[in-house]
Design a protein around this ligand. Structure first.
Ligand code: DCS
Length: 283
């Protein structure tokens, strides 16, 4: 029986009751996280939980449990569901109350749900790399918040998939921001370039792990926005996310990047990343 974390209780899936007037359902009024489980251990759990509370804070949503309690509940959940390798999806909404745009008056309890899922690492794509395409970034101006409102991201990913691409590279005008569910980086002459962590992108947890990896392998990081044209002229290109890890992008809009295969710096980064995850099955 699959167990779900529902507020501060872990219960059977069929016992979870979500109101049709849940503000997450009606407005996308809430925040979420996707966290990776490697070898029964939650990877970068503290960073994800911290970012969840930061996102909640930015939309004035109160999570009525301490970070510590949430941390313990997540461990309990993966133990009960016996997940070895997979992920946790966790979301918190502003609760259930008669539909009105402004916050419920009086305030209601937020609604937290978290569940686990077994997933495999994308091992072959980490070697071969994936195709991407440019898509105009049509999202709002608070992309630093990991909000449940994902329509802009959903439409961008759909456009990419319809073009047989793994990911959409979003751009505002000529400037690359990030992916529909990932961060984007170009590598030129041994330097890693990526958009600064401001309101236009999500400050990815994998992005932070990549910065640590860059330090270890002696690769300078420049947090500066670059253009679509500059992207096409990079020696190597990568995207990162909790599920995609350090993923090579070998073509954009059917134009080859560098040699059109995984580059040497990408491989070094992947190796450094691999050493940080609790299980090493090789890439
Ligand atoms: N940018 C966006 C818009 C994202 O949705 C994500 C993660 C990232 C960057 C990368 O952040 P992490 O490195 O912290 O994962 N998106 C999650 C999602 O919705 N599915 O998988 C990861």
């Amino acid at each position: 029986m699959v167990k779900i974390l529902w507020n501060d209780r872990i219960i059977n899936e069929e016992d979870v009751k979500i109101g049709f007037e849940d503000r997450g359902y009606q407005f996308g009024d809430g925040v979420y996280e996707v966290i990776k489980i490697y070898n029964g251990d939650v990877f970068t759990a503290t960073e994800h939980i911290d970012r969840l509370y930061e996102s909640a804070d930015k939309i004035q949503l109160v999570i009525p449990y301490t970070k510590d309690v949430l941390h313990k509940m997540l461990y309990e959940l993966i133990e009960l569901n016996e997940v070895k390798n997979g992920q946790i999806y966790l979301q918190v909404t502003r609760g259930t109350s008669p539909r009105q745009h402004n916050f419920p008056t009086p305030a209601v309890e937020s609604v937290l749900t978290a569940y686990t899922k077994e997933t495999n690492r994308p091992l072959s794509q980490l070697q071969t790399g994936v195709k991407a395409c440019f898509v105009e970034d049509m999202r709002w101006l608070r992309c630093d918040i990991k909000s449940l409102n994902l329509l802009g991201n959903v439409l961008a990913k759909q456009e990419a998939v319809s073009k047989d691409c793994f990911e959409a590279i979003l751009h505002r005008g000529e400037v690359i921001t990030e992916g529909s569910s990932s961060n984007m980086y170009g590598i030129k002459n041994g330097v890693l370039y990526t958009h600064p962590a401001n309101n236009l992108i999500l400050n990815g947890i994998t992005r932070r792990v990549i910065f640590a990896c860059c330090e270890e392998i002696g690769m300078p990081v420049v947090e500066e926005a670059f253009t679509k044209q500059q992207a096409l002229e990079m020696d190597e290109f990568i995207m990162s996310s909790t599920s995609a890890e350090v993923m090579p992008i070998v073509s954009i809009d059917d134009q080859m990047i560098g040699s059109g295969t995984r580059g040497q710096w990408t491989e070094k980064l992947q190796q450094a990343f691999e050493k940080k995850i609790p299980v090493s099955v090789g890439i």
